[in-house]
Design a protein around this ligand. Structure first.
Ligand code: TMP
Length: 219
């Protein structure tokens, strides 16, 4: 596979969407072919599965875990693998770690959750997983919450620690980035981590993110 697969993970409200947009813009400007996608909901079927998951009423935890896995199986097979095989860069919002942390940990379903996702994806492992790390703040979560966010809000400290524990197991494949800083500072660290991981994968170099420059290039 000639492409590059980078995933963003972290608790709710840590700024994944903003940083994904920044990275995509930066890499596009550098001439790379970029696919930005998400789980759940990165395909047409995935949008329907996401609605089923976010369903207002109770969803049995094992059913919920299987809906995430179904979304993932279809998404990886029909969108992510083809983009990687074509040599593109795939930037993805959430992946298997979210299932391990939320369903396996916060919902108490344990280790089988990871095995189900590995089967669903035929063991597709990202080149790099960026964990945006931040102390959970009640006010950050005090917005319109969907069912999943509402039900997992009380576990945010546990969720944060579970992402850090996953990253500690495989430091070469994870970048833990302090997300409690300015967007520019976080973006600079994200770009540096991606550049290092792309170089390790034998891909051409990526320029550094311009930090703190005014639009016209004056400091
Ligand atoms: P999002 O708002 O970041 O797209 O994520 C939606 C919610 O789904 C978020 O609270 C995390 C949760 N989630 C899981 O519980 N398991 C998963 O496998 C994924 C991908 C997301």
């Amino acid at each position: 596979m000639s492409g590059f697969f980078v995933v963003f993970e972290g608790g709710d409200g840590v700024g994944k969407t903003t940083q994904i947009d920044r990275l995509a813009t930066h890499l596009r400007a550098a001439g790379r072919d970029i696919t930005v996608t998400r789980e759940p909901g990165g395909t047409d079927l995935g949008v329907e599965l996401r609605q089923a998951i976010m369903h207002g009423g109770h969803v049995a935890p094992r059913a919920e875990a299987l809906l995430y896995a179904a979304d993932r199986a279809h998404h990886i097979a029909t969108k992510v693998r083809p983009a990687l095989e074509a040599g593109g860069v795939v930037i993805q919002d959430r992946y298997i770690d979210s299932s391990v942390v939320y369903q396996g940990g916060a919902r108490g379903l344990g280790d089988e959750v990871e095995r189900i996702s590995r089967w669903a994806t035929e063991d597709l492992v990202p080149h790099l997983t960026v964990v945006l790390d931040m102390e959970p703040h009640a006010e950050r979560l005090d917005r319109d919450l969907d069912r999943v966010e509402r039900e997992t809000a009380e576990h945010q400290h546990l969720i944060r620690q579970a992402f850090l524990d996953r990253a500690a197991l495989e430091p070469a494949r994870y970048a833990v980035i302090d997300a409690a800083r300015s967007i520019d500072e976080v973006a600079a660290d994200v770009t540096a981590a991606v550049a290092e991981s792309m170089a390790a994968a034998g891909l051409p170099p990526v320029p550094a993110e311009p930090v703190g420059l005014e639009p016209w290039g004056t400091p």
